[in-house]
Design a protein around this ligand. Structure first.
Ligand SMILES: *Cc1c(COP(=O)(O)O)cnc(C)c1O
Length: 477
């Protein structure tokens, strides 16, 4: 198409103001505001200009496009004003799925956010004295209750303080910088982990201005290796939970007791990055060998760091619990101010912790999901399958099979729970196409694929979502 022709086409385009004056735009402007509508018109016109420049229009096609301008503007407006962050149905069976937002919040946590965040609050205000207060008091009192628990074997954990920062990565950074800036931190080579989303212990170490002193080998580290590495620059012994992998075979790692004893003998603090950090006993759901926060503190670890939105089941946060004098050093570090969390986090965290204090574990969604039995999941799955029933479309085939749910989010990689799965196959759609159809549901449904089958695990689906899931399956035909 010639350039002359193109400039004639450009001239046929109306101006933004001309489009704005169209009667159907008036209604839109009243509903969504002048600025948003004008911006959508400009975006649609810019697209048309681009398409003219690319030679995609002749005169007839352009006349059609200009006639359809109002509809295009409405579509553009709907898209630009729609939400990008959307709720989903997690049918993967991975309870703490980082890509799906980790822990869903407890109803009480949402209520507290609603009650306190849309109003002024005593976030940093002492109601008794009328003076300035500290934001940590709101949750520190609850952590004290939860962590200064009945001591079991003579080791009491009194005087434990807790502070809250933005996430566990921030917690590790703050702790290392406060306790070891300018000095050395001893870590086993087998624990120099990278957690998804580029959290690497060596990187965090250098950002904190501490020097990493690696000891042992990837598969074997002994207590002597730590002992030999201690010198006058050593500030801290660090243990890191291997959240997302296991080392098996010819391995050795000193027990936490041995590290505690060494730290005491050499008068050095011992810190443990727990990652997930459970505040309840995972053995009660059949998961062994996953240390809880209380286990580590009872054994004598001085500082533990853990996430708020992993096994704890609360909002994104990094928790630092341990010896009051060490925590006080972190609180007075100016980095703490840069990493602090806001009122939404405190509100949600306080409500989540209160559920623990009341031993109301089922109020915390991730704990409830861990505790629900395979039988109950199987019953719900059967109901869904039989609701779709013999009229299962021509092509869709549903089966119930045994499988495993995963804790995820940096709990022991081998921590799995037995479950029942709905397995889907379809005469005309591949597993990937089935998944795409499920993702297009409102709300989107996220499943996993194994051996050409789509698997749905109801452990991570809220029972009130079963009806929507059933309808989505029925529509697959
Ligand atoms: C998850 C994890 C982190 C990072 O925690 P965030 O809350 O995601 O910042 C750090 N260390 C370990 C061992 C973890 O498992």
């Amino acid at each position: 198409m010639s350039a002359v022709n193109k400039s004639a086409l450009f001239q046929k385009l109306p101006s933004t103001d001309e489009v704005l004056r169209r009667p159907e735009m008036q209604a839109l402007t009243q509903r969504e505001g002048h600025a948003a509508v004008a911006e959508s018109i400009r975006a649609v016109l810019a697209r048309l200009r681009q398409e003219i420049a690319w030679g995609e229009f002749d005169e007839k096609a352009l006349t059609l496009a200009v006639g359809g301008l109002s509809a295009a503007v409405e579509r553009e407006l709907r898209q630009s004003l729609s939400y990008s962050l959307l709720p989903l149905i997690n049918a993967t069976g991975v309870i703490l799925h980082t890509n799906l937002g980790r822990a869903p919040l407890a109803a009480a946590a949402l209520e507290r956010v609603q009650a306190t965040a849309g109003a002024y609050s005593n976030l940093e205000f002492d109601l008794a004295t009328g003076e300035r207060g500290k934001r940590d008091v709101h949750v520190d009192r609850l952590f004290r209750k939860l962590l200064a628990d009945e001591s079991v074997d003579g080791h009491s954990v009194d005087g434990v303080s807790t502070i809250v920062v933005n996430n566990n990565a921030a917690a590790v950074l703050l702790a290392l910088n406060s306790l070891a800036e300018g000095g050395e931190v001893i870590v086993s080579r087998g624990e120099l982990v990278e957690i998804g989303g580029s959290f690497r212990i060596p990187d965090v170490m250098s950002k904190s201005n501490a020097t990493l002193r690696e000891v042992g080998t990837t598969n074997r580290t002994r207590i002597d290796d730590y002992e030999r590495a201690i010198n006058e620059r050593t500030r801290l012994l660090l243990r890191v939970h291997r959240s997302n992998f296991e080392i098996s075979g010819f391995t050795a790692q000193p027990g936490l007791e041995e590290l505690v004893a060494l730290a005491l003998r050499r008068n050095l603090p011992l810190m443990e990055d727990l990652g997930s950090g459970a505040l309840f006993d995972l053995r009660s759901v059949g998961i062994n060998g996953e240390p809880g926060v209380l286990d580590s503190l009872r054994l004598g670890v001085d500082i533990v760091t853990y996430s708020g939105d992993k096994l704890l089941g609360g909002p994104q946060a990094g928790l630092i619990s341990g010896r009051a004098d060490l925590v006080a050093r972190m609180r007075s570090n100016s980095l703490f101010r840069a990493l602090r969390v806001d009122k939404l986090t405190y509100a949600a965290l306080e409500a989540t912790l209160l559920a623990y204090v009341k031993r109301d574990h089922d109020a915390v969604p991730v704990l409830r999901m861990m505790r629900v039995s395979k039988d109950e999941i199987g019953r719900r799955a059967e109901e869904i399958v039989s609701a779709i029933g013999p009229d299962q479309g021509k092509h869709l085939k549903l089966e119930l099979v045994d499988g495993e749910s995963v804790i995820g989010g940096g709990a022991a990689p081998s921590a799995v729970l037995p479950t029942r799965l709905i397995a889907l196959t379809h005469g005309e759609l591949s597993a990937d196409e089935l998944c795409a159809r499920l993702r297009a549901n409102v709300p989107g449904i996220i499943a996993r694929v194994e051996e050409g089958r789509v698997l749905l695990d109801l452990r991570t689906v809220f029972p009130e979502q079963d009806a929507n899931l059933t309808a989505a399956l029925a529509s697959l035909g």
